[in-house]
Design a binder for this molecule. Sequence first.
Ligand code: IMP
Ligand code: MG
Length: 182
Amino acid sequence: MPSLLPPHAHLLFGPDQIQERVKALAGEIDSVYKNLDLVVVGVLKGAVHFVSDLLRGMTLDPCVEWVRVSTYREGTTAVSGSLIHFVGDLELVGKDVLVADDILDSGRTYQTLNPALLERNPARVRWAFLLEKEGACERAGFQPDFVGFHVPEAWVVGYGLDLAEKYRNLAGIYALEQTEDR
Ligand code: IMP
Ligand code: MG
């Protein structure tokens, strides 16, 4: 049974629209990486559905690796940072790397992970985001190579994206409206 919708949610993109867009992105990616040694690095957990549909939409047969980037904050004193957990050994020397993430928001994930990937001497690293939040490119200071959809500056859930670990299994993508209690 699908999970209940969160309160104050409105649909941004339905399942068919998402499938169609991800399939189109897969086609773009196919043409960019033709004849190259591609490794897709999926960012856990939010990009699981995106990576899975992207791979099934591609005609290339890339290696797939996974990474988890956790950001943490300590107390109220702006002590914060990010931790990278690679799943297995990431052998990237000379490879073309495509990082697939769920959403570009502050750019912290990109700023943390991109240098760590470059240290492994790949041929090149590109980034694909399913979603780009309004104003994110300015906040992040970079322009992603592939973007599925642009979304307003609201919290979004579904198709892998969560709110406190819920709603990842929704087939559509929903924006949560700001309410007094949130
Ligand atoms: P960043 O701020 O660009 O580093 O994005 C950090 C991560 O926060 C994303 O990869 C998502 O996992 C999560 N995130 C940011 N905005 C949202 C949102 O609106 N819904 C769900 N997750 C989000
Ligand atoms: Mg993420």
